[in-house]
Design a protein around this ligand. Structure first.
Ligand code: ARG
Length: 406
């Protein structure tokens, strides 16, 4: 019988580079490396493909999934205003289901018996990789070499040096654990594990500090169709390019730094630093345009579902039925979200300073104005207020008669 093959989600970093050899030695499998470009800033796809081979992979595949990540993962998250704990735009949580999808495809085309990931036993990523695999390919085994091995960083470096595994440059210096894609950048570990310690400036890569941000504000006009941004300042761009451009421009003003204590699915509270300039700017603009275009009841119900939607993505349930059922609702609501938003980028903030929607804007000047054009019939308000307050009035009379002080 030939040696079984396992497809490893390969990042090019230290852990997954040493995992290739470890899986051969300790699990008796051959490793097919699969790196997925989700906009983490890989300069050279060939270089990463070759690196996996140099580390001992029998085959190495690199998938350019930047466009797919934007269209199928960023887009629904933006339409849902998805922010875990109201703060975190789900950067890593969004990329995992896509990586699983590609690993499974590679497993099918190479006849592999399973997939593997480089996540530890303490985080959410293991859940997202493995539950994703259970959904897309329940027959495939899922391995977690880094979790099984439980090695420290120094031990991983020693292991690599003993076996002549080329260690990615940077590895020795960087004190942080980084994950990155088109929707943002995450940093954990090192000094960040002290939640009282302010993050050092060297954690950040995509944003300038507020102190170094330009003294002049910059305005961008974002046009949305069906809830998705289609142009910046009148220039149409495909979503993946638009996200990259707004990320750059907002980052240059220090927008999108997030320092938070996060509730992991495995029960740990962790300290996380995120940089999401593009995501924060687009989410801010999108939410504002919804306020203009969505009817009140629909808007309120959507807001109530958004936290749930973010949570299910965070918790690795991307491929489940609740996600697609909620998507149907969210898409329907977003069919109204067409228009433009003016956003001012300035000293760490993305602030909406104007919005309009010819087609679906529900702001009606004649209703809102206090000027002469006022068409709102104020006489109707008298009866409305009386009926609105009737239940409380009835209750308050009884309560006070019974001696309750209000
Ligand atoms: N805490 C974040 C999440 O669960 C970020 C995880 C980053 N992953 C990493 N391997 N550094 O989504």
């Amino acid at each position: 019988m030939s040696t079984p093959r396992i497809v490893l989600a390969y990042s090019g970093g230290l852990d997954t580079s040493v995992a290739i050899q470890w899986m051969k030695e300790h699990r008796g499998v051959e490793v097919v490396a699969c790196a997925v470009d989700v906009g983490q800033g890989i300069d050279d796809l060939d270089e990463i493909r070759q690196r996996a081979l140099d580390c001992g992979a029998v085959e190495s595949v690199v998938v350019d999934a930047k466009q797919e990540f934007a269209a199928d993962f960023i887009a629904p998250a933006l339409k849902a205003n998805a922010m875990y704990m109201g703060k975190y735009p789900l950067v890593s949580a969004l990329s995992r289901p896509l990586i699983v999808k590609h690993m499974v495809e590679v497993a099918r085309s190479t006849g592999a018996a399973g997939v593997a990931h480089g996540a530890t036993g303490k985080g959410n990523d293991q859940v997202r990789f493995e539950v994703g695999t259970m959904c897309l390919a329940p027959d495939l085994e899922a391995m977690a070499p880094i979790r099984d091995w439980a090695l420290t960083r120094d031990a991983a470096i020693d292991y690599a040096e003993q076996r002549g595994i080329p260690i990615p440059t940077m590895t020795k210096q960087s004190p942080y654990s980084i994950d990155e894609n088109a929707w943002g950048r995450t940093a954990e570990c090192g000094i960040l594990e002290d939640p009282w310690a302010a993050p050092p400036e060297d954690v950040y890569e995509r944003t300038v500090s507020v102190a170094d941000a330009p003294d002049e504000p910059e305005e961008v006009v974002l046009a949305f169709e069906q809830g998705l941004p289609v142009s910046i300042d009148g220039r149409s761009l495909p979503l993946e390019e638009l996200v990259a451009e707004i990320d750059r421009r907002a980052g240059a003003h220090g927008v999108g730094r997030i320092d938070m204590i996060e509730d992991r699915l495995v029960g740990i509270k962790s300290r996380e630093i995120y940089e999401c300039p593009g995501a924060i700017t687009l989410l801010t603009a999108h939410r504002d345009l919804e306020d203009l275009c969505l009817e009140q009841e629909l808007a309120e119900h959507k807001r109530a579902e958004e936290g749930r939607y973010a949570q299910l993505i965070y918790n690795g349930l991307w491929w489940g039925p609740l996600k697609s059922a909620l998507d149907a609702f969210i898409d329907e609501a977003n069919s109204y979200v067409n228009g433009e938003v003016r956003v001012q980028l300035y000293k760490g903030s993305a602030t909406v300073v104007g919005r309009r929607s010819e087609q679906h804007g529900l702001y009606t000047y004649e209703m809102a104005t206090y000027d002469a054009e006022d068409a709102f019939d104020q006489s109707l308000a008298e009866g409305f207020v009386k009926l609105w307050g009737l239940p409380l009035k009835t209750w308050a009379a009884k309560a006070q008669a019974a001696g309750r002080t209000l």
